[in-house]
Design a protein around this ligand. Structure first.
Ligand code: C2E
Ligand code: CA
Ligand code: CA
Length: 411
């Protein structure tokens, strides 16, 4: 059984009780609640809240007993934010922000204490500020909601991987795949990783996601290798690139987990490529270097993702153990219209060759781009030109039946 973070209350139920310790806060999804305080032995309503409101957060910020009781005015559905979850978010918040929250909470409590009522009238001249506050409030609420739903999705098996083929452009054989996560939401359909990965990265949830991706990728790499038509593959075993985040290194004990998984799955480590962005390397350079060295020693391949889109300081190429550079798709896109981009791509390929690294060009969308890359000596290409990311079954079919598209070679 998994614990749900969604809760239901019937009309008249007490959601939060005055005097209690703040164990959780709620975001109201449906229904309305009233906020009650005790004055001279009487319960006085000091306000109401409806869908989208956050309630019960104060006692978690300052760790004092609750100053009010919250009761359901009708049947309500709420998302729960646990104390632990909240504490972690606060811990990682900016220190000034933390202080501001405490000051506001104290003033707010004083105000309730003095007047017994809350009459919050935003100053009219501050309309824009109020709007901004509303917008960031909405963003925060939707992140909390996605986070809670994502936690459930992981438990319920709604997260899956798509596999995008990577081709050796020199001989047009299948070299490997990149594993890209998808969330098959029961109501909203397929959700893109651009929406949920950043939310997962804010907390520790990303560690669970990365572990799932690694597990599934090991199984997929073995199954695809076994099913492939031999003439469609190159000489080396087919690889699967798995995306990792900074949290995996710093908090996720990544190396030990990788080692254990590779042992358990009995997979040749050469079949797994770790994809890491340069931004990640710069966030925790020493920790990343130490972990990557160890990964390298056990035979894993280290790829730099989105190369050129972040820091782009070439000096780090020496510092880290890197096998492959993945050139960011923005360069590939600009190649045909900007001569400078073409020169840049050429230079990256040259640097990689001199340092003994391979290059994967990302986001290749046309035969012309592929032909250019081949001419410049790029090893691998990935992009919509020959395939979008595919569900596992389709990837299986791909390695059995793919027919390489014609590559125009320019005179
Ligand atoms: P990424 O690692 O740079 O992945 C490449 C993205 O480019 C994918 O988007 C892919 O579908 C898209 N793409 C590939 N070929 C083309 C093309 O020819 N044209 C265009 N316009 N796009 C192309 P996707 O699948 O939406 O993933 C977005 C990002 O989400 C990934 O960028 C990666 O940063 C992140 N992500 C995906 N799966 C995972 C995961 O399992 N773990 C982590 N940490 N991040 C992930
Ligand atoms: Ca990637
Ligand atoms: Ca990329």
């Amino acid at each position: 059984m998994h614990s749900t973070t969604k809760k239901q209350f019937k009309k008249g139920d007490v959601l939060l009780r005055e005097g209690e310790r703040g164990e959780c806060a709620y975001v109201i999804e449906t229904g309305n609640v009233e906020i009650l305080v005790q004055r001279d032995g009487q319960s006085i309503q000091i306000g109401t809240r409806g869908p989208g409101s956050l309630i019960g957060e104060m006692a978690m910020i300052d760790d004092k007993p609750r100053t009010a009781t919250v009761r359901a005015l009708d049947d309500c559905e709420v998302q729960e934010i646990t104390r632990e979850d909240f504490a972690r978010r606060i811990e990682t918040a900016d220190p000034v922000l933390k202080m501001v929250m405490r000051v506001i909470t104290t003033r707010y409590r004083d105000m309730i204490g003095r007047t017994g009522t809350i009459q919050f009238v935003p100053p009219t001249h501050a309309a824009e500020t109020a709007e901004n506050a509303d917008a960031s409030h909405d963003v925060a609420l939707s992140a909390i909601k996605i986070h809670n739903e994502l936690k459930l999705a992981l438990e319920r098996g709604e997260l899956m991987l798509y596999y995008q083929p990577i081709i050796d452009v020199q001989n047009m054989k299948i070299a490997g795949f990149e594993a890209l996560m998808r969330w098959k939401h029961p109501e909203k359909g397929m959700i893109s990783p651009g929406v949920f990965i950043p939310v997962a990265e804010e907390g520790r949830l990303i560690i669970g996601l990365s572990r799932l991706a690694l597990d599934l990728s090991c199984d997929a790499a073995k199954a695809l290798q076994a099913a492939a038509a031999p003439e469609l593959l190159g000489e080396a075993p087919l690889f699967v690139g798995v995306n990792f985040s900074v949290k995996d290194f710093v908090e996720g004990d990544l190396f030990n987990h990788l080692k254990a998984t590779i042992g358990k799955k009995q997979i040749d480590p050469i079949q797994i490529h770790l994809e890491i962005t340069e931004t990640l390397l710069m966030q925790a350079p020493d920790a990343a270097r130490a972990e990557l060295e160890k990964c390298r020693e056990i035979g894993l391949n280290v790829s730099i993702d989105d190369f050129g889109s972040g820091y782009s300081s070439l000096s780090y190429l020496h510092y880290f153990p890197i096998d492959t550079l993945k050139i960011d798709q923005s360069f590939i896109r600009a190649m045909s219209t900007h001569a400078a981009s073409l020169v840049l791509v050429k230079s990256i390929i040259g640097i990689a060759r001199n340092l003994g690294m391979k290059v994967i060009a990302e986001g290749v969308e046309s035969a012309q781009e592929a032909a250019k890359l081949r001419e410049m000596g790029c090893e691998y290409i990935q992009g919509y030109w020959f395939s979008k990311p595919l569900p596992f079954e389709a990837a299986l079919k791909f390695v059995q039946t793919w027919q390489a598209p014609k590559l125009e070679v320019e005179a």
